[in-house]
Design a protein around this ligand. Structure first.
Ligand code: MGD
Ligand code: MGD
Ligand code: MO
Length: 711
């Protein structure tokens, strides 16, 4: 979403810089954006469809042949074994590519399978569930009003590196500095003293997976000290008393040792939150990718309500995007749903039409009715990004047929019988339909296509449209209908849909020409983007619950506190230590990296190896480990070997390993990444460790042990 000024010479990129005139990013740029050039020019980037040969290598084939084979083989599997025998996994970059996002919906429908999976269940699913339960819509996610807040409490997020997530905010470091410059305060709760923590006034370590206790104890303090003051929210909020009762047992003293925070520190956090003129509590993957993700996301929202900070300037607010996916979704009856079904093998809950990816391997490997025998992956690398990646690696290898829509032949797509590569980001237009909707300011920006696509290439949306029509063409009538549909949607490409969405949106020109208001034409003219102003209060009107009231104490989430009590305030921890896994593993995002797929960019991987494990010096001394040594990290599901860095920036008892590395597997065609391979932390993460309520993977807080290699 950062505005980019790209200087070109013919069909070559000369420089990529931040666009100073962009009203949102104001010149900010991160290393990933500069690396768009490397990706565009990457000789390893696929430009033509590939088919796997029996010897495991891949050969180039034509588009028509590739489409025909995909449709025939997927359909054959479904004819023989039923429609659920084909599974689909949609990865993270789909969210950043509006053509894919818009055309993935009809494609998944045409697949007619309930076996749908995505990166959502290794990411933000708990936040969606909290939004759905409390505000009636999975996309109603409160965003800190970063530029006006007087007090920001961050749990389990590192926006100085990530740029803010479910809080689109280019140049976070400056914005955090501005909070402090205007007399406000920034507090970070994280098992690691992160890049963000270093920019904050105050940082507290917390034991991984225990945020829910801290949040409950903070609420307990607010109620006990009569500091609860929801203000105008009280008029349309249900369940305040129920929340007070639910947190009654969670005194600061009771949770202190489990969380690692002193009781007085917890009270202090609650008091300063209540005293701040305005405040926002914010949590991201550190709280969602753990055992109590949904309960934590819920209590974060509750804290914002109980302190009167939800939906007020400087608090946690709702974005009003120009292409309003929230409202459009609701009009199409898509507010989200939960637990309408259970997965076949492990009985895990469905969320909004998908199952937790932590059980995808089970569904492929476990025989029986409904077993997955064919897969589609799109813009995803689940072999490196989901728990127990080695198991999924083996599962993919066992499939009858797999197709991947992807730019690269990587750890996941090496298993595909057919790979369909889309155009590069510089060859298609873009508008961030998803992340404009979760931004700290209302803005809109359209980026036109920079380069004409290379000959005989396809955009993601064109690949999806072609597959959709071919899959739907069962029988002559359906084939005719399919052709008609292709004719219509071929003429309704993404930018036409975008134009409609902008016109019908809250700032829209509607359908009459020549009036003020937003349309695609207007956005094309405003090359730097359009500023639509700060976030504005919108409740209760924007609520989608039955009675347009906030549900502060949904039974589902209140009920989960029983599990919290049993698991965190009992003595389960002791049992783990006995089993020999005495440390807790957490993740670590890196500025010059983006999940698993940008390590083929030379400028992003240069410098010393970054795939290292951080270990506290006391923990190292106890194990006879010295700095720079190679160590083995072991969990229930596997082990990895990597260099150790000793640092007191991690809490004692905690180790940190970044994800997305491990590029040295056979068949991977990523020359630069292979030379900086690293190892995959998801060879350690455990597919049985979940937020049992939501089904989201608990990739943080995994019990591990560490020893010197050869010890
Ligand atoms: N440069 C870069 N930017 C990125 C990405 C990238 O890979 N690289 N990825 C993008 C994506 S897909 C996403 S979803 C976002 C994520 O955005 P963030 O959530 O901001 O990303 P992380 O850096 O993973 O921050 C998670 C933090 O949680 C902490 N943590 C771990 N376990 C716990 C816990 O139990 N409790 C608490 N309180 N903290 C815990 C970790 O130490 C870490 O600092 O970033 C996006 N931006
Ligand atoms: N241990 C641990 N694991 C994690 C996390 C963590 O914090 N710790 N974070 C999790 C999070 S937040 C996320 S979002 C997931 C990400 O999980 P995934 O989405 O499965 O993985 P990515 O690494 O984002 O892989 C993206 C894939 O899309 C391809 N690609 C890139 N751009 C495009 C495009 O425009 N079109 C197409 N068709 N393909 C494209 C890339 O080549 C790559 O194969 O990982 C999760 N895994
Ligand atoms: Mo993510």
């Amino acid at each position: 979403m950062c505005g980019l000024a790209i200087e070109v010479d013919g069909d070559r990129v000369v420089t990529i810089r931040g666009d100073r005139e962009d009203p949102f990013s104001r010149g900010h740029i991160c290393p990933k954006a500069a690396a768009l050039q490397d990706i565009h020019e990457d000789p390893d980037r696929l430009r033509h469809p590939l088919r796997r040969r029996p010897d495991g290598g891949h050969e180039r084939i034509g588009w028509d042949e590739a489409f025909a084979e995909v449709a025939t083989r997927l359909r054959a599997i479904q004819d023989r074994h039923g429609r659920n025998a084909v599974g689909a996994y949609i990865g993270n970059p789909t969210v950043h590519n509006y053509g894919s996002l818009l055309f993935a919906v009809p494609f998944l429908k045409a697949l007619r399978t309930r076996n749908q999976y995505s990166a959502t269940s290794v990411d933000q699913l708990p936040h969606h569930l909290a939004g759905l339960e409390m505000f009636g819509h999975l996309l109603l996610l409160p965003v800190p009003d970063l530029d006006r807040t007087d007090h920001l409490l961050i749990l389990g997020a590192n926006p100085a590196v990530s740029n803010g997530s479910l809080m689109s905010a280019p140049g976070v470091a400056k914005r955090l500095a501005a909070i402090r410059a205007r007399g406000g305060k920034v507090v970070v709760i994280d098992p690691r003293r992160t890049e963000t923590a270093r920019l904050a006034d105050c940082h507290h370590f917390i034991r991984p997976g225990t945020d829910v206790l801290l949040l409950a104890a903070m609420l307990h303090t607010l109620f006990a000290e009569r500091l609860a003051a929801p203000g105008r929210l009280a008029a349309f909020t249900d369940g305040l008393d129920a929340v007070e009762a639910a947190v009654a047992g969670f005194t600061p003293e009771r949770v202190a040792s489990a969380t690692g925070l002193a009781a007085e520190a917890i009270r202090g956090l609650a008091r300063e939150l209540a005293a701040a003129r305005s405040a926002a509590v914010y949590g991201r993957v550190g709280v969602s990718l753990q055992e109590f993700g949904a309960a934590s996301a819920w209590l974060i929202n509750v804290l914002n309500v109980v302190t009167g900070n939800l939906d007020r300037p400087g608090g946690a607010m709702f974005t009003r995007p120009a292409f309003d996916v929230v409202e459009l979704g609701a009009r199409l009856g898509q507010r989200g749903h939960f637990a309408r079904g259970r997965s076949r093998v492990r009985g895990l809950p469905e969320f909004n039409g998908e199952y937790p990816v932590a059980t995808l391997a089970d569904e492929i490997l476990t025989p029986g009715d409904g077993q997955i025998r064919g897969m589609v992956t799109m813009a995803g690398n689940p072999v490196l990004s989901t728990p127990n990646g080695r198991q999924l690696d083996a599962a993919f290898a066992s499939l009858e047929f797999m197709v991947s829509i992807d730019l690269y032949l990587n750890e996941t797509t090496r298993h595909a019988h057919i790979i369909l590569p889309p155009t590069s980001a510089l060859e298609h237009d873009n508008y961030d339909v998803a992340l404009h909707a979760l931004a700290i300011r209302n803005t809109a920006k359209y980026s036109p296509q920079l380069f004409t696509p290379a000959p005989d290439t396809r955009h993601d949306w064109q690949i999806l449209l072609e597959l959709t029509t071919r899959l739907e063409a069962r029988g002559p009538v359906a084939a005719l209908l399919g052709q008609a549909k292709r004719a219509v949607f071929g003429r309704l490409p993404p930018h036409r849909i975008l134009d409609l969405g902008l016109r019908l949106g809250p700032y829209g020109a509607k359908l009459r020409p020549g009036r003020g208001g937003l349309s695609l034409r207007r956005l094309r003219d405003e090359v730097h983007g359009v500023d639509l102003g700060p976030l504005e209060p919108c409740l209760p009107a924007r609520l989608y619950t039955e009675a347009r009231r906030i549900a502060l104490a949904p039974a589902l989430l209140v009920g989960d506190l029983e599990r919290v009590r049993a698991r965190l305030l009992g003595d389960a921890g002791a049992a783990e230590a006995e089993a020999g896994y005495d440390l807790r593993l957490i993740g670590r995002r890196q500025l010059r990296s983006n999940n698993s797929w940008m390590h083929n960019s030379p400028r992003l991987v240069k410098g010393p190896p970054r795939c290292t494990v951080l270990l506290h010096p006391d923990d190292a001394a106890r194990r006879g480990i010295v700095a720079g040594q190679r160590v083995t990290v072991r969990s229930r599901v596997g082990s990895i070997e990597l260099p150790v860095e000793l640092t007191d920036e991690v809490m004692p008892g905690v180790v940190s390993v970044p994800h997305g590395w491990g590029h040295d597997r056979p068949g991977v065609a990523l020359a630069t990444a292979r030379a900086h391979a690293g190892v995959s932390v998801n060879d350690l993460t455990d597919e049985t460790l979940l937020d049992a309520l939501s089904g989201n993977a608990a990739l943080n807080g995994v019990p591990v042990r560490v020893e010197a290699v050869g010890a």
